[in-house]
Design a protein around this ligand. Structure first.
Ligand SMILES: [Zn+2]
Length: 378
């Protein structure tokens, strides 16, 4: 319990200090001013930690909940997030950071998925790549960031990317009948369990911060679909759609050639990547990652923007990952661990890859069949 508490306190402190530091003394501020503000932020953080300690003492949480929080806090990589320029938000549920290339990343630090959505402004409209879990209204955040009309485009149709679609007028996804149905229906019963999983303790921090979470995440029928190679013109900024199936059939990436940016969605990010769903395909995954690595090099993207854990990864790592997957495919890489029948390949300390092993069944409940073929599971 103590170890968990220390880590959580670190998370609370870092969050608050980032917030405090981002709030002022940016332009021409003297070091003394900055120090005074840091000190003030520390004091606030200390008070917050005290308050949380009292709260935790009285909180009726199971041992499992404390443990899972320890994992979430350990995975949250606060120090690395602190390197990005934070944009203060009034809502503790979301974090927002500004990234090179005029891109905002909006994340949910209190949810175990640690999913990232990207707001990409052009001159006439902005594109929001993904909307996180939908437990809170992400549109309230985008409205603080831009006055432009916002079009949502989902990198694929998993719950932690489509959850916040409903409040937006324009919502697009890849032209896949299953994805279209999924967006329309919203998260499946299985996905709702993942979103709200009590043992994974989303409730602890949301309760502490007084953030009220939705019980039901509404779907939204897409108002448009995109194809491989399609160019989306935001006015003064063009984004190119790359169909990259593997993790899910509907996976796309987005390339901003002029600014040398590639958004990789769930196909590539620092962490454990998944290819064990009933609509995953390993051969597709291998081809898609090579295609992405080639394009990233072609457009001079030294870093790519990623959808979980941290908002970016290096081109070098993406290329290494392409080689690694090809190594698995051609039988050169044979070392893996087995968990619940699934194989976990560890490329290095950061990147790993999970796929269905021999005799195991793919994971179901995270996609829906195309409309007309079957009904949703709940
Ligand atoms: Zn996904």
């Amino acid at each position: 319990m103590m170890k968990w508490k220390r880590r959580l306190c670190a998370l609370l402190c870092a969050g608050l200090i980032c917030f405090g530091a981002a709030g002022g003394a940016e332009e021409g501020g003297e070091a003394a001013v900055q120090n005074a503000e840091d000190e003030e932020a520390f004091k606030l953080a200390e008070a917050l930690v005290k308050r949380f300690e009292i709260y935790a003492e009285n909180y009726d949480a199971s041992e499992e909940e404390w443990k899972s929080w320890e994992t979430i806090v350990a995975d949250s990589q606060i120090e690395k997030w602190a390197e990005y320029e934070a944009i203060p938000l009034p809502n503790a549920w979301f974090d927002c950071h500004w990234l090179p290339g005029n891109v905002y990343v909006i994340s949910e630090p209190l949810h175990e998925q640690l999913a990232c959505a990207f707001l990409i402004p052009g001159e006439e409209r902005a594109l929001l790549l993904d909307t996180c879990t939908g437990l809170q209204n992400i549109r309230e955040v985008t409205e603080l960031l831009t006055d432009l009309p916002v079009t949502v485009l989902n990198s694929h149709d998993h719950f932690d990317h489509i959850g916040g679609n409903a409040p937006f007028d324009e919502v697009w996804c890849y032209n896949d009948p299953g994805a279209v149905s999924h967006l329309k229906l919203g998260p499946t019963g299985k996905e709702m369990e993942e979103i709200q999983n009590r043992e994974k303790s989303v409730r602890v921090l949301s309760d502490f911060f007084g953030v009220e979470l939705l019980d039901r995440i509404p779907g939204k029928a897409p108002t448009g679909t995109v194809e491989d190679g399609q160019v989306i013109d935001l006015g003064g900024r063009k984004l190119e759609v790359l169909h990259t199936p593997g993790h899910q059939r509907s996976c796309i990436m987005l390339a901003d050639r002029e600014n040398g940016l590639l958004f990789t969605g769930d196909m590539f990010y620092p962490g454990l990547m998944y290819c064990m769903f009933d609509d995953s395909s390993f051969p597709d995954y291998v081809r898609s990652i090579r295609k992405a690595a080639n394009l990233a090099r072609e457009i001079g993207a030294e870093k790519v923007y990623t959808s979980h854990n941290l908002p970016e990864a290096s081109l070098t790592d993406l290329e290494r990952f392409a080689d690694y997957l090809e190594g698995i495919e051609n039988g050169e890489i044979t070392e893996f661990e087995t968990e619940d029948g699934y194989r976990i390949y560890q490329m290095d300390e950061v990147y790993s890859f999970e796929m269905v092993g021999e005799g195991a069944e793919p994971m179901t409940g995270f996609s829906v069949p195309a409309e007309g073929t079957e009904t949703q599971d709940e």
